[in-house]
Design a protein around this ligand. Sequence first.
Ligand SMILES: Nc1ncnc2c1ncn2[C@@H]1O[C@H](COP(=O)(O)OP(=O)(O)O)[C@@H](O)[C@H]1O
Ligand SMILES: [Mg+2]
Length: 259
Amino acid sequence: MPTSDQVLTEFNDASSEWMHGLPGYAGEREAHDLAQRMHDNAAAKKGHFITFEGPEGSGKSTQLRLLSSWLIAHGIEPLITREPGGTRISEQVRAVLHNPDHTEMTAETEILLYSAARAQHVAQVIRPALESGKIVLCDRFYDSTYAYQGYGRGLSLEALRQITTFATRGLVPDLSLYLDVPPEVGLRRRETGGEEMNRLDRETLAFHQRVREGYLALLRVEPDRWRTIDATGAIDEVQAAVRAAVAEVIGQANRRISE
Ligand SMILES: Nc1ncnc2c1ncn2[C@@H]1O[C@H](COP(=O)(O)OP(=O)(O)O)[C@@H](O)[C@H]1O
Ligand SMILES: [Mg+2]
C-alpha cells in the first residue's frame, strides 16, 4: 500500500502524452479550456463557496444547519446543499449510490456516478448561486471523492482529478472545513443517531482510516483553503470553531458578520 504522500505525487504526473498525437487534440484546445475555467471562476467569485468535509458522524450536517441559522440571524440567506445531490437528477443518482443492495457496484462506476451528480449540481445550482453573490454551504464536495475513492478505494488520484475538473469546470471551494474525529467515534455516532447507515458507512474501519489519512494529505497540500475543526467536543463547542473559521474568511467581505 503506497503512503498517502506517494499517492498524492500522482497529481503531478502527465499520464496523457499519447493523446497529443491524436487529430483534434491540440494545445490550443487546452488553452481554451483553461481560459474558460478561469472566466467561470472569476464570474463565480462574487459569492463564497464553503464546503463541509470529514468522516460520517463527524457532525457535518448538524454543524451546517447551525451555521445556516446563525447566518440567517445576521441577515444572510445562504444556499444549503449537499453531495451527492442538490438537484432533481443528482438526488436520483444519490439514491443509486447509497442503496445498500448495490453491492456489485465497481469503483469506476461509483466515481462516474458521483461525478455525474456533481456536474449537474455545479452547473444548475452552485455556480448560479455564487454568481448571484450567495454564500453556498455544501455538505461534502470533491475532496470527499479524493478521500473516499482515491485514498479509501485506491483509485488513481490523477484520473480522479481529471474527472473532477471536467465535472466542475474547475470550481474550487473558498473554504473547506475538515471536521476531525477518529473514525470509530463517527461511526458510533452514526449508529446511535443521525442518518441511516449507507453503503460507504458499512466499509471496514481500515477503509475509514485510509480516508482520514487521505483528508490529512489533502490538507497538507492546500493549507490555505482548509481549516481543521476538532469535532470531538460538544456540538456547541464545535459550532463556535466553525463560526470563527467562517467569519475569518467572509468577515471582511461582509461587515454584518463581524459585528
Ligand atoms: N459534537 C457532537 N457530539 C456528539 N454527538 C454529535 C456531535 N455532532 C453530531 N452529533 C450526533 O451524531 C450524529 C451524526 O451527526 P451528523 O451531523 O449527521 O454527522 P455527519 O453529517 O457528519 O454524518 C447525529 O445523531 C448528531 O446529533
Ligand atoms: Mg450528514
